[in-house]
Structure formats: structure tokens, C-alpha cells
Design a protein around this ligand. Structure first.
Ligand code: SF4
Length: 373
């Protein structure tokens, strides 16, 4: 535990906070992109320790939260078919679709299984050639290499009973969408360190220059986050907008070449709808034509399922940083982790779940931010 303890050191945290307080002279708003960073911020009360004039906006970087309702409904339809073994990471089982979730399908007799890797699903397919095994492939750039590898291996093994329901999303187009929204208040980004450990930092300089915002690649422990904030506010106060890597122990500028090659081999960029946000051009990956035989949407013919998002859930506003979770009228009343109305209350990385878990029942005061530049 020594390694993690070092990134929780209260003395070092105080030093970083003192420097942030001494640096900030005007109101600023930063967005942490990743839901893992949001949980760390709320869990450790980092937002409450910052100067009043510095606001953290919680971004859309939670893969479970942004998986469209329509895709959940397709998963439910496939998982309900006889002869199907439907495999998923555990947190997707409680995400509500229209009227039910994967747990309900399991309770009704569907063969829904929690796995820890797409390779577990692949192994099930190998051992049970009489069953159709489907893996629910959601996530950002972090899960894409392993999912790509599973499909690549399935083709090499000649497995005909393995497929994937793919709902992969990419961070840079989401940042572009956030910055292009007329209501955007974000002036700088803490980019997700684990995403950059796969992809590198090459996609960010153009974004930083186009929108004149600092982008600081940031980790997940309290000191990582404070260091990311410290670097971002330094840039903002100086009128700079560069890409900086504050997570050097995991991120190289070129990313992970082996993982990138595997993604490139199996996936191609496509438009993707984000739950609560809507379609974002070029924000997803789908299987390339050569691997389309492994696409569960086509194999089970669920491409025609169309679903409208319920109006009561304001997770779209939460995911875009327009409101904080307690500002949603359903927060903590109609919507709790036991009775979630939206994915941001279900997922371990969801902002609504983080506020509920750590008893944040009021929204922090929203600050008036400076125009960048
Ligand atoms: S509290 Fe529930 S209903 Fe409100 S935005 Fe969050 S998930 Fe949606």
C-alpha cells in the first residue's frame, strides 16, 4: 500500500492546495473528464477544499452512464433469447432499460453472466459451442484494446458462436461537443490519465488550440488531481492553453503502440449517440467490415430497436456540467442507487451515485467564470 499512500499524503496535499489558493485570482471552471476522477474528488472532498472561485464541473467520462438507453434495450432483447449466454461487466446489470434491467432478465430465466474480461466470454464460447455467447462491449479507449483482442482471437480460432454488442465511445469528440455547446462554461480540462495511457496525448493539442483551453492529463489519486488542477490554473492565470502531462508515471505521448495497433485492426470510427447528450459525430468505434460477422446487433437483428430517453432524468444536464446532481428534482427521492432512474445513479463512476454515496445533498454554489483568453 506504500505506493498509493504516497498519493494521499495530507502534508503534500496541503502544499498543493496552498499553491492553488495563491495562484487563483479570478473565477475559473475546470471539467474533470473521467467519472473515476469525479468519485475521487467527491470522496476526498477536494472540491470543498478549493478556493471559492475555482469550480469543478463533472464531465461525461463514465462509460456506463453514457451508454444509450437504446443500446441497453438491445442488450435486454438479446439476453432474453433462448440459447444465448449474455456476458457483461457487473455494473451494467442494474442500468435501467425501458421497464427492466439485465438483472430482471436473469431473474426471468435469461442466462446473464458477470465476467471480468472479454476473454472470459470468449472462453465460454469455446467451451459451449452449442450456445451463442455475447459480450457487452462498452467503454472508452481504456477497454477497447482488450475487446478488440477478443474479437481478433475469436476470428483466429474460427469461433462462430461468439459476438459483441459494441457501444464504444471516444473522449476527444466528447470534449469537442462540450466546448461547442452554447451553454458551455468549461475553461480547462483534466483529461483522463488511463485513456491517455492507451491513446497518448496526440489528439489534444488541436483541441486545446482551437478552444484556447488548457488540457492537463491527470491521474486519479488525490495528489494527482490536485497537481492537475494546479497546472491548469497556472495556465489559465497566464492566459496559456497547452497540453501538459501530469500523469507521467503511466502516460507516454505516443500512448501504447501495441494497444493502438489492435484497436486499428478491429475497430473503425463511427458516429455514436451518448445517453442524455445525443449523437456526437465520430465519437464511437464499431467493428470493421472484416469483423462484422461478430457484431451482435446484426447477428440478432436488433438494429431496428428505437428508444426515447425519459424526460424526468436530467443526467444529460449532469453529464454536460449544466447542473450538479442535487439540482435534479428526483435526486435522493424518486432516484436513489436502489431505485435508479438514470445511469448516472447506477454506475460506480456516475456523478449522481457519487453525490448520493458521500451524502452531498446540496449543490455547491455555482461560480461566475471568466471568459478564457
Ligand atoms: S438524480 Fe437520477 S433522475 Fe436525476 S439526473 Fe441523476 S440519475 Fe437522472
Amino acid at each position: 500500500m506504500k505506493y498509493v499512500d504516497e498519493f494521499n499524503d495530507p502534508g503534500l496535499a496541503r502544499t498543493l492546495l496552498d499553491e492553488i489558493r495563491a495562484t487563483v485570482t479570478r473565477p475559473w471552471a475546470l471539467m474533470e473528464v473521467c467519472g473515476g476522477q469525479t468519485h475521487s474528488i467527491i470522496r476526498h472532498g477536494i472540491d470543498q477544499l478549493l478556493p471559492d472561485r475555482l469550480e469543478l464541473i463533472h464531465g461525461p467520462g463514465c462509460p456506463v452512464c453514457v451508454t444509450p438507453l437504446e443500446t441497453i434495450d438491445k442488450a435486454l432483447a438479446i439476453a432474453s433469447r433462448p440459447g444465448v449466454v449474455f456476458c457483461s461487466f457487473g455494473d451494467m446489470l442494474r442500468v435501467p432499460g425501458t421497464g427492466r434491467d439485465l438483472f430482471r432478465v436473469k431473474g426471468e430465466g435469461g442466462d446473464v453472466r458477470v465476467v471480468y474480461s472479454p476473454l472470459d466470454a470468449l472462453e465460454l464460447a469455446r467451451r459451449h459451442p452449442e450456445r451463442q455467447v455475447v459480450f457487452f462491449a462498452i467503454g472508452f479507449e481504456t477497454t477497447a484494446p482488450a475487446n478488440a483482442m477478443a474479437v481478433h482471437r475469436a476470428r483466429r480460432l474460427g469461433l462462430r458462436n461468439f459476438s459483441m454488442l459494441v457501444s464504444h465511445v471516444r473522449v476527444p469528440p466528447a470534449i469537442e461537443a462540450v466546448m461547442s455547446a452554447p451553454s458551455c462554461r468549461v475553461q480547462g480540462f483534466l483529461a483522463a490519465g488511463h485513456v491517455c495511457s492507451v491513446m497518448g496525448t496526440g489528439e489534444y493539442p488541436a483541441l486545446a488550440a482551437r478552444h484556447r483551453v488548457p488540457v492537463v492529463v491527470t491521474g486519479f489519486e488525490p495528489l494527482d488531481i490536485l497537481e492537475g488542477i494546479r497546472r491548469a490554473v497556472h495556465q489559465l492565470e497566464r492566459g496559456e492553453h497547452r497540453v501538459e502531462n501530469a500523469y507521467g508515471r503511466a502516460v507516454r505521448d505516443e500512448g501504447n503502440p501495441t494497444a493502438l495497433r489492435m484497436i486499428e485492426e478491429v475497430f473503425e470510427v463511427t458516429d455514436r449517440a451518448w445517453r442524455g447528450i445525443g449523437p456526437i459525430p465520430g465519437s464511437g468505434w464499431r467493428l470493421r467490415e472484416e469483423y462484422r460477422a461478430y457484431d451482435a446487433e446484426h447477428r440478432f437483428d436488433v438494429t431496428g430497436i428505437r428508444t426515447e430517453e425519459p424526460a424526468v432524468c436530467r443526467s444529460g444536464d449532469v453529464l454536460q456540467g449544466l447542473i450538479k446532481p442535487p439540482e435534479c428534482p428526483a435526486f435522493g427521492t424518486a432516484c436513489t442507487p436502489r431505485t435508479p432512474l438514470g445511469a448516472t445513479m447506477v454506475s460506480n463512476e456516475g456523478a449522481c451515485a457519487a453525490y448520493h454515496l458521500y451524502r452531498r445533498t446540496t449543490a455547491p454554489h455555482q461560480k461566475e467564470a471568466n471568459p478564457v483568453g
